[in-house]
Design a binder for this molecule. Structure first.
Ligand code: NAD
Length: 232
């Protein structure tokens, strides 16, 4: 295959070595809060201050973080590979962008972005958002973090599914395979004959669906995988 189309899915595990906790980390931000309280539209309606504070804390933490060798290797792959590379992330941090990736698709939203719940306009989020902040477009007090919460529809699904239908290689990195639709991407890619590879510290919930498994830390496995692709 001379110019394979590559689709890559990343999850919290790729940012773990940059100091951003995964969802399962003991003592991490997530461990101190219930998902229903901070990551659902109902939680936001019940207690917007708690939710805005939670994402302010995550935004502050993410602003300090720097990309690790896994993010840098994926940016290098995007720059040097002759075929298409679609980088899809479930992460809301900006570490792919900080590493030099210009077109990462944030299917679960981004801490760096604010969204108007009324008119759906987006703008750059300040480091600290406030409850009831006015939308710069419609002026209503309906600003919210631009995060896809449980029960909401992930972004850019048409584009992602189109890319999966044309994928020759699909890789999932640092994701536990528990949250759909992302956890179903491996099946879609395998269905069209793509070679599938998992790079994760622990086997994911969908590990058996992958053709190849490269266990270990993303900072080690991802640069090795990228080197092997670029030298093919
Ligand atoms: P996750 O925390 O569920 O899984 C992270 C995975 O990364 C684990 O399988 C772990 O083995 C692996 N990992 C940890 N360190 C690693 C390293 N150094 N190198 C490689 N792999 C490493 O995260 P996820 O799969 O991204 O979660 C998916 C989505 O779930 C998130 O985008 C979020 O929207 C949603 N979510 C999940 C929870 C939850 O509690 N499961 C809570 C809120 C939101």
């Amino acid at each position: 295959m001379t110019h394979p189309n590559i689709v890559i899915l990343t999850g919290a595990g790729i940012s773990a070595e940059s100091g951003l906790g995964t969802f399962r980390d003991e003592g991490g931000l997530w461990a101190q809060h219930r998902i229903e309280d901070v990551a659902t539209p109902e939680g936001f309606a019940r207690n917007p201050q708690l939710v805005v504070d939670f994402y302010n804390a995550r935004r502050a933490q993410a602003a300090e973080a720097t990309p690790n060798p896994a993010h840098l290797a994926l940016a290098r792959l995007q720059a040097e590979h002759s075929g298409q590379v679609l980088l899809v992330t479930q992460n809301v941090d900006s570490l792919h962008e900080k590493a030099g990736s210009t077109n990462a698709v944030h299917m679960h939203g981004a801490l760096a972005s604010a969204l108007c719940a009324a008119c759906e306009v987006r703008w750059e989020a300040p480091l600290t958002m406030h409850v009831g902040e006015a939308c710069p477009s419609c002026s209503r007090p309906t600003a919210r973090p631009d995060i896809v919460w449980f029960g909401e529809i992930p972004y850019h699904m048409d584009r992602i599914e189109r890319a999966l239908m044309e994928a020759d290689i699909f890789a999932a990195i640092g994701t536990s395979g528990n949250v759909y639709p992302a956890a179903g991407f491996v099946q879609m890619a395998a269905h069209v004959g793509a070679k599938t590879v998992e790079m994760n510290l622990d086997p994911s919930a969908t590990v058996n669906l992958f053709e190849e498994v490269r266990p270990g830390k993303a900072s080690e496995t991802v640069p090795q995988w990228v080197d092997s692709l670029l030298s093919d």
